[in-house]
Design a binder for this molecule. Sequence first.
Ligand SMILES: N[C@@H](CCC[C@H](N)C(=O)O)C(=O)O
Length: 294
Amino acid sequence: MASPAPFAKMNGLGNNIIVADMRGRTDRVLPAAAVALAADPATGFDQIMAIHDPRTPGTDHYVVILNSDGSTAQACGNGMRCVVQALAAETGRNSFTFETVAGILNADQHGNGLISVDMGLPRFGWQDIPLAEEFRDTRMIELQIGPIDAPVLHSPSVASMGNPHAIFWVDQDVWSYELEKFGPMLENHPIFPERANITIAQVTASDAMTIRTWERGAGLTGACGSAACAAAVSAARTRRTGRSVAVTVPAGGSLTVEWRDNDHVIMTGPAEWEWSGTFDPATGQWQRDAEDAA
Ligand SMILES: N[C@@H](CCC[C@H](N)C(=O)O)C(=O)O
């Protein structure tokens, strides 16, 4: 058995996150360990954020993101806030620079405890998302669910926040759609060669919307930060909202997403520590720390 690594069970507005401390180690969290942890109701999660030693000068840490199916993700906004909260509690620092497989990003904890993550630049090109083929209108693609003459969902906006997103705009309550049924079909649709995160979004004001997301590799989630960003920028570029939006998520509460003039997308919200333990990054075998065990 590999030496145990510390982890914290956390959540970012209801997005279930495990922050794994892999600093000072050369091994990594294996997909099998992620799948085992996800299958256990006590440690069930949407993403693992594995904090490694930095790879690039000027960055604090390299962060690897795993979904609950063991696949790797390029971005996880809610998870990044959890990483910041954990590191800020440990070090007393407020600002961090991270590297992920998608690039380098900055994040800050504010005096009120909320955390802002610079999610970088959104991309809308078909090869960037990626899509299987070029599409005519870069603001939406031809894809629909339901009868051809009365589709339940259709014409999603598509965007990359480092990871692929499709956003279906709806007029009714987002809870009136069977996302658990449509999500898996749309996530694995051939138009998305790397699969996609699927979001239903209802714009409720020029600065507010409500979303539900079926996450690639994780399924229905209480919140998805990168989906909130993808929905916000897509709403702004299709003139549904302005460039600063409060995005209400399924678990309740909201993220503030601001698409700045320099094109960067800044997502702000809370992060919450739940409990801590240690785990084997190869197998997922875990133990809760004695001091906070029930
Ligand atoms: N929950 C995350 C997004 C997680 C990654 C996603 N499932 C993917 O595979 O792209 C967030 O808060 O952004």
